[in-house]
Design a protein around this ligand. Structure first.
Ligand code: HEC
Length: 154
């Protein structure tokens, strides 16, 4: 084999290897489908713990909003959603989690954080009232329900 043949074969090998790596990265499964029809996100133990702790915090936020609404306390609603914005979520979520989650899960998560921003802005607004916040809270809990219907953790 002459020198040029070796170089050509080497180049061909690198080309195929690059394409194979690219295809692997693009199609790599970040989820597996469970028997109950929901996608399991392949988080490690630390990522599961972080996510479930976040989730329990979200339930607390919903509880705090309902308690504030029961008192017609709009300032209480504003206080309840503090720290739950999209920007807060982006800043607080470990990069490994952001890298692993499927695009749809990320979109659902962001729209849920956006929902808390919307509730906070409405409660802080002129003439805010309980009925209006209850409507937004119904939409918001719908976002929780939608994600839970499609995804689970290992
Ligand atoms: C982007 C997806 C997503 C959204 C949006 C979401 N969750 Fe979750 N949540 C999950 C997943 C996944 C689990 C794990 C469920 C499983 O493994 O069966 C979970 C679990 C939970 C748990 C159980 C926590 C534990 O310690 O076991 C609670 C409580 C919870 N979520 C509350 C909420 C509330 C309240 C909202 C809305 C304000 C919400 N979640 C929105 C994905 C989401």
């Amino acid at each position: 084999m002459n020198k040029w043949k070796i170089i050509a074969l080497g180049a061909l090998f690198l080309w195929v290897a690059t394409i194979a790596l690219g295809a692997f990265l693009v199609t790599r499964e970040v989820t597996t489908l469970d028997a109950d029809g929901r996608a399991v996100i392949n988080f490690n133990e630390g990522e599961v713990d972080f996510t479930l702790e976040e989730m329990r915090g979200l339930l607390e936020t919903v509880h705090d909003i309902v308690l504030a609404l029961d008192d017609d306390d709009m300032a209480g609603v504003v206080a309840a959603v503090e720290g739950k914005s999209v920007a807060d979520a982006m800043a607080n979520t470990p990069k490994s989690i952001l890298a692993k989650i499927p695009l749809e899960f990320r979109t659902l998560g962001m729209s849920m954080h956006g929902g808390f921003e919307e509730i906070g802005a409405a409660a802080a607004g002129e003439g805010a009232n309980t009925a209006q916040i209850v409507t937004l809270l119904g939409d918001q809990i719908g976002r929780c329900v939608a994600c839970h219907a499609s995804y689970k953790l290992p």
